[in-house]
Ligand binder design. Structure first.
Ligand code: HEC
Ligand code: HEC
Ligand code: HEC
Length: 456
């Protein structure tokens, strides 16, 4: 039995590995003036990379039989949760780091959750606990990275280091293009049978979504994933659940030619339809003298979408108005952070900055109980990498109260269930209903205003 072998070998190796583990390395202190290099050194010297990087060098005892296979299993398990390969590359080379990787490392330093107790409680284990000085370095690094790269231009000084940030006041746009984009967004001629516009599935008066499990395109056809909101989507690091469009302009080229959505065969057809409308053409020619094309249409739509920012009471608070939130709402925010929600749902868009396994701690698809669909593949559809299967772009939680039903499969109809599912499948444990309700109390503060009116 693997288990009993393990017990024997673990006692044998106890002394040797204990020595390796306990002689804490101060290697990071060599990089006194470079916090990034200090962090890289801490992650390497404490065994974090051993479990959390696919191509980490195996430690010497990793070559022993039995122990070796445990090491491999640890790596397979650890990289499932987070892979530090790209973080280390960035740290080593002074490149920008992911806001989510940064928030996750910060969380482990603040909570002392890593390495997992079940590992270092076993005497043979090779991970080390972070000492308090090392934790301080990680926390200070996160603070400085956040301030330099992720703090919102509108944030109050005291909230600069919050994992969630207020919206910018605006994004720079060309207002003539915005006006044209607004018209195109609401124009059913973008669909082959003149029946569907962008607004059909992303109605601005219903949270920027259609509130259907799956969206209905031309001819009453249904797609295979739930429509995310267009509000604040300009702040996502990529578009679509699987990130197959890099930005809004690239995204806007998708639906018109999607046979299930708008069903045109080419943008030439769309241009021809619009060209028949003299008034439209004149307006377009003023903005784009070069004439109608896929790129002018999609650029104008994207420009319009950049204006879809929805500041909420939570933004007011982070911008410095302490009276904007009640004590209960602030408590809800704390419960949200305590349950790791703010490690994936981060930043100005409270999400949209990384791809994450759905069901990282437990199998969501078993819980759902229906067969897997193409839509469940997530990021795998783009990269073809097995390790990307069931990874999805973390959705924004802005306006989440009014963007039901939830998840990429639109399978969850209430916010309470969505929050509990997140706790169980992403966080690893069920929480008390009272805590779910506290989180929901906080989420309600994220419903924002568009053109000065509260969305509903
Ligand atoms: C022996 C393997 C192992 C080592 C060593 C290890 N981890 Fe982990 N790590 C895991 C596992 C397993 C999980 C999944 C969490 C769980 O189920 O408790 C995880 C999860 C994480 C997460 C995701 C957030 C979370 O809490 O779920 C982060 C971030 C993380 N580890 C950082 C670190 C850091 C930093 C170190 C070094 C101090 C480290 N890990 C050392 C195995 C390891
Ligand atoms: C038939 C319904 C339908 C129509 C029409 C439609 N969409 Fe979508 N939209 C969706 C669905 C469903 C998704 C998610 C698809 C996916 O991720 O694979 C989506 C995704 C998006 C996203 C990505 C948001 C995010 O967070 O990733 C944006 C932005 C968007 N649509 C804007 C538009 C624009 C602009 C148009 C018009 C050119 C449009 N949509 C037309 C249903 C529709
Ligand atoms: C490990 C990253 C991660 C953590 C931690 C996490 N989430 Fe999520 N969250 C996601 C991903 C990914 C999705 C999309 C899942 C899907 O649709 O397949 C999601 C979806 C959601 C949704 C549905 C949104 C929508 O529009 O469909 C809600 C609500 C939500 N999360 C709230 C929370 C709360 C509350 C917490 C803390 C208890 C939390 N999340 C923790 C990654 C995470």
């Amino acid at each position: 039995m693997r288990k009993s072998n393990l017990t024997k070998i673990s006692s044998l190796l106890f002394a040797c590995v204990f020595l390796v583990s306990s002689c804490s390395s101060d290697e990071y202190k060599k990089y006194a003036n470079d916090e990034s290099k200090q962090v890289a050194s801490i992650l390497r010297q404490n065994g974090c990379v051993d479990c959390h990087a696919e191509n980490a060098p195996t430690p010497f005892y990793g070559k022993f039989p039995v122990i070796g296979s445990v090491v491999k299993a640890d790596i397979a398990e650890g990289t499932h949760y987070i892979d530090f390969t790209s973080l280390l590359h960035s740290l080593d080379n002074g490149l920008p780091v992911s806001e989510v990787d940064m928030a996750k490392v910060e969380y482990t330093a603040l909570s002392g959750s890593m390495p997992p107790l079940k590992y270092y409680a076993m005497p043979m284990h090779w991970g080390k606990t972070l000492n308090s000085e090392e934790k301080k370095v990680l926390i200070s690094w996160a603070k400085n990275v956040r301030k330099a790269h992720f703090a919102s231009p509108t944030v109050a000084k005291e909230f600069e280091n919050e994992p969630l940030q207020p919206l910018p006041a605006f994004l720079p746009v060309d207002s003539a293009k915005v006006e044209l984009g607004y018209k195109l967004y609401h124009d059913t001629r973008l669909s082959a049978d003149n029946s569907v516009s962008c607004a059909t599935c992303h109605d601005l008066s219903t949270g920027g979504v259609d509130r259907l499990q799956y969206s209905k395109g031309i001819g009453g056809q249904f797609g295979g994933v739930n429509a995310p909101t267009v509000y604040n989507s300009a702040l996502n690091f990529a578009q679509f659940w699987d990130g197959r469009a890099a930005d809004l302009q690239e995204q806007a080229a998708g639906p018109p030619l999607n046979p299930l959505e708008m069903g045109h065969l080419s943008f030439d057809d769309i241009c021809a339809m619009i060209a028949e409308d003299a008034e439209y053409c004149a307006a377009h020619a003023l903005v784009y003298p070069e004439g109608l094309s896929q790129s002018t249409i999609t650029e104008a739509i994207a420009e319009f979408e950049k204006t879809l920012l929805t500041p909420s009471r939570f933004d007011k608070y982070l911008r410095g108005d302490k009276t904007a939130l009640t004590a209960e709402e602030l408590e809800g925010y704390q419960v949200f952070k305590d349950n790791k929600c703010a490690t994936c749902h981060v930043g100005m868009n409270i999400g949209g900055q990384s791809y994450e396994f759905f069901g990282v701690k437990q199998n969501y698809f078993e819980y759902r109980g229906t067969g897997l669909t193409d839509g469940d593949n997530g990021r795998f559809a783009v990269t073809g990498l097995e390790s990307d299967r069931h990874k999805f772009k973390t959705p924004t939680l802005r306006n989440v109260m009014i963007t039901y039903p939830y998840m990429h499969d639109g399978n969850i109809s209430t916010i309470e269930e969505a929050v509990q599912i997140m706790n169980v499948y992403q966080g690893g444990k069920k929480i008390a209903d009272a805590d779910v309700n506290k989180i929901v109390t906080f989420l309600k503060t994220l419903t924002g205003e568009y053109k000065g009116e509260l969305l509903q």
